[in-house]
Design a protein around this ligand. Structure first.
Ligand code: NAD
Length: 482
């Protein structure tokens, strides 16, 4: 493992320096494919967090005073470094998160592109001049909100942190980011690209620690002006409440339980292949992963047969091995949850068509699994599975399927398959989700916004909307001096 600032000892980045925490305390980092400890990550004390806050406060001043041309040039240089180092970043990501190497390096390459897109979009963060009374200039300005406290999980170890970092920096904000302690070397490798590209000290600070302590400390500080979180609904609600107590805005990218509605006029085999591809991507550990398959009774047999074939064709293994299409689950918590959801569904009468078991080898491997006859009260149909489980349910009436699709408090992604333009329009209007794909399972793209409704959160990442949370809108009315 050769990556700078990575294993065997991942450090934090505060005020432009790579450092251990003041207490020298560390946490072990595990390879989920082998369950071996591969290194350690430095953990922050309250004093370290205060240093990061002071650095971000200074960094915000420096960065907002940096010309847009210089900012954009630094961000493009960072993107070039991410691309140059994609293979190295991908390898570290696979070691600590488990996904296949092709997915890891692909994620790193897409991350470089996302950064370029946001860097360029920042040039268009226009205000406006509004017609007003003679002698008065009425303008609306958009200004960086100030230092951001960001928290990101382990499922997209480089893409996740970078969505927040690239939007915040493009908007002219500084950041303190607490990336996941389970995938710290990937986050450190990302931050190293920004530092090596010439980002001024203090503009981007990376910390690790006890998540609840770090978030409470950073949210309570008057220095931070925005809380940006990606993770589970319960933690998101907790952090949004903490932010609300100190009247801070927050950006919440939370979980989902995405319905897939396959209509009677869809091509069931094609729908099954596309849905299975999306289902087992990153072992199902994606907030937009399709997770409830509602299929018209007239096509369910063909859909299910093809879906099972696609699931059985997936090679599960160590992400570093050539030919692996699906790696292990990222940690033991995930494996336990997936086993619990499967056992609960079976105990209530569900049938397993394929999969259903942990692999008999070290590592948190679980088979791609397809279930039928899953009763309405199974936990799997209510709790976000975040793993390779695909429950397939029949429907006869589209309105009833839409009622079931919308019945959960989640509202992140949804998918529909139909050949009818009228039905596609009906699905688009009716499905309660922030991200909808028709006739495919579209992944996230940096040109367009992603985000949820209902319990899945608020605010958008990607697209021109990505800058909204990081900019404040200021009205300036200027009566020109006589
Ligand atoms: P979790 O809720 O314990 O943690 C999710 C993330 O939030 C982790 O990165 C964790 O470090 C962080 N976190 C937890 N408590 C925190 C706190 N008080 N302050 C700041 N950060 C905190 O869940 P988990 O076991 O890591 O993952 C399981 C669930 O999380 C999944 O079922 C899924 O619903 C959700 N999840 C969602 C996403 C997403 O992209 N929206 C990503 C990862 C996990």
């Amino acid at each position: 493992m050769t990556i700078d600032h990575g294993y065997p000892a991942v450090r934090m980045h505060i005020a432009g320096e790579w450092c251990q925490g003041g207490s020298a305390e560390t946490a072990p980092v595990e390879n989920p494919a082998t369950q071996e400890t591969i290194g350690t990550v430095a953990l922050a004390t309250a004093d370290d967090l205060d240093r990061a806050l002071a650095a971000a406060e200074k960094g915000a001043e420096v960065w907002r005073e940096t010309s847009i041309a210089e900012r954009t040039a630094i961000l493009h240089a960072a993107a070039d470094l991410i691309e140059e180092r994609a293979a190295e970043i991908g390898r570290v990501m696979t070691l600590e998160q488990g996904k296949p190497l092709a997915e890891s390096t692909g994620e790193a390459r897409r991350t470089a592109d996302t950064l370029r897109w946001h860097a360029d979009d920042a040039r268009r963060a226009y205000g406006r001049i509004i017609p007003s009374a003679p002698g008065t200039v009425l303008t609306v300005r958009r200004e960086p909100i100030g230092p951001v406290a960001a928290f990101t999980p382990w499922n997209f170890p480089v893409g996740g942190p970078n969505r927040k970092i690239s939007s915040a920096l493009a908007a002219g904000c500084s950041l303190i980011i607490k990336a996941s302690e389970e995938t710290p070397a990937t986050a450190a490798a990302l931050v190293a690209c920004y530092a090596d590209a010439g980002l001024p000290a203090g503009v981007l600070n990376l910390v690790f620690g006890e998540p609840a302590e770090v978030s409470a400390h950073l949210i309570a500080s008057p220095v931070t002006r925005l809380i940006a979180f990606t993770g589970s609904v319960p933690v998101g609600k907790l952090l949004a409440a903490e932010a609300g107590r100190v009247m801070k805005p927050s950006l919440m990218e939370l979980g989902g339980h995405a319905p897939v509605v396959v209509c009677e006029d869809a091509d069931p085999a094609q729908a099954a292949r596309r849905a299975a591809q999306a289902k087992f991507f990153n072992a199902g550990q994606v907030c937009t992963s399709p997770s409830r398959f509602l299929v018209h009774e007239s096509v369910i047999e063909e859909f299910t047969a093809e879906f099972v074939r696609a699931a059985e064709a997936i090679t599960v293994g160590d992400g570093l091995d050539q030919g692996t299409r699906m790696g292990p689950l990222a940690n033991e918590r995930r494996l336990r949850s997936i086993q619990r959801l499967t056992e609960d569904a079976v105990a209530r009468g569900a049938k397993i068509l394929t999969g259903g078991e942990r692999l008999d080898r070290p590592g948190y491997f679980f088979e791609p699994t397809v279930l039928t006859d899953v009763p309405d009260d199974a936990e799997l149909l209510h709790e976000e599975p975040f793993g390779p489980l695909a429950p397939v349910m029949p429907f006869t009436d589209l309105d009833e399927a839409l009622r079931v699709a919308n019945a959960l408090p989640y509202g992140l992604a949804a998918y529909g398959f139909t050949r009818s333009a009228a039905t596609a329009e009906k699905l688009s209007a009716a499905l309660e989700a922030g991200i909808l794909s028709i006739n495919h399972c579209g992944g996230s793209v940096h040109e367009a916004p992603s985000g949820g409704v209902k319990d899945s959160g608020y605010g958008r990442e990607g697209g021109p909307e990505a800058l909204d949370a990081y900019l404040i809108t200021k009205r300036v009315s200027h009566l020109l001096a006589g």
